[in-house]
Design a protein around this ligand. Sequence first.
Ligand code: PMP
Length: 361
Amino acid sequence: MRTLDDLIKPSVRRLRPYTLTPYRVPVKLNQNENPFGAPPAIIEETLRRTAGRDWARYPDFVPANLQATLARFAGWAPDGIIIGNGSNEIIQALLTILVAPGTAVVLSEPTFTVYRLMVEVLGGTVVNVPPRPDFSYDIPGMIDAAQRTQSVALILCSPNNPTGVTVSELELRTVLQNFDGFVVVDEAYHEFCEQNFVPLLAEFPRLVVLRTFSKAMAMAGLRIGYGLVAPDIAGDINKAKLPYNVNFFSLTAAQVAVEMYATELRPLVEQIVRERTRVAAALAELTWFRLLPSQANFHLLHTPHIAPSHLFEQLLAQGILIRDVSRYPLLKDYVRFNLGTPEENNALLTALQAARPEQFG
Ligand code: PMP
């Protein structure tokens, strides 16, 4: 009789699963969500539009309305927009059409862990090019590695989760001009730095831009993301995507969120960015920590004098949930937290102030 090791791909059997404990706490700063919640106006309008919808009927095969809305919103062709059940699903569909045993993908870790997970589930190999000491991307190193290994794709997350660093347009152009595989830019947090690489799509047909409704758009619970790509490539990615992947309720909510972005969501994004500056200034006073600059809605905190697991538990005991990222490559002494509401940030600052180690008096 065959064992599971005979049946399940070895690349999957040896993987450590990606998981997260669902702590219920008053101050939740561990998943880079929008702390203000979905604006009531967006919820009400979504409920109104979906109230009469027959649950027995499938959504449209092609979500053309949302594609058209996103096309206008982002400035790209509707048939070059792929809508996913979270941007995770776009990452999965894209890598499914590119990666097989023997193919390589270039990453720079620490970065979003789902990239490696998907490459390895599909039997491919990750070529990791570590960042520089300040966590900026080693762009020449990444290009060299990608060319040398004939990688199918090179993935840049900008701003990067969990470091908060961005890639510049010049750096991205250098990659696009010197590497003939796919170049993926994950813009999950772009609203917090106003970076936008969509205009480069017309110039570089191997560029893929990923976006999500889970962060600035305050809709993580409804699972919507999208990819922007040359229309003929979208056709191939769609072959790997499950039909009817996004339910009618989420499609409608995304439509409403885009329509109301300027009035309902942008002010929240602006407030989060102001909080980022305020929290960074306050933390600069706490000399036992070192805060890294961030262009996103979260911060990486270097904690050389307190073990990250200890700090995590200490804050959890006070009802504050942050992310212990000490198992990520290069981040042995780091934790990550996202910006919360002003009150939540004050609670965090007070708790971090109280976490002062003895030698700091
Ligand atoms: N990309 C990055 C960089 C992320 O941090 C996340 C979520 N943490 C995602 C993609 C996935 O987002 P979604 O909820 O759209 O699947």
